[in-house]
Write a new protein. Sequence first.
Length: 67
Amino acid sequence: MTLKASAADAKLEWIKSSYSTADGPDCVEVATALDHILVRDSKIPHGPRLALPPTTWTAFLPFVTDH
């Protein structure tokens, strides 16, 4: 599900990917909402974001984390 940014986003604690550096390209940020994990492009903090159920996020993580 894609959601538009809202005023409630200011209350969320967004965590930037460890692959983002001060010298390198921006990446993605994630935040935990009531019943979803939110994912957004760190270059567009007020742009659209994905809202994933926790079970989907958990299933996705093994494909994007270091092994």
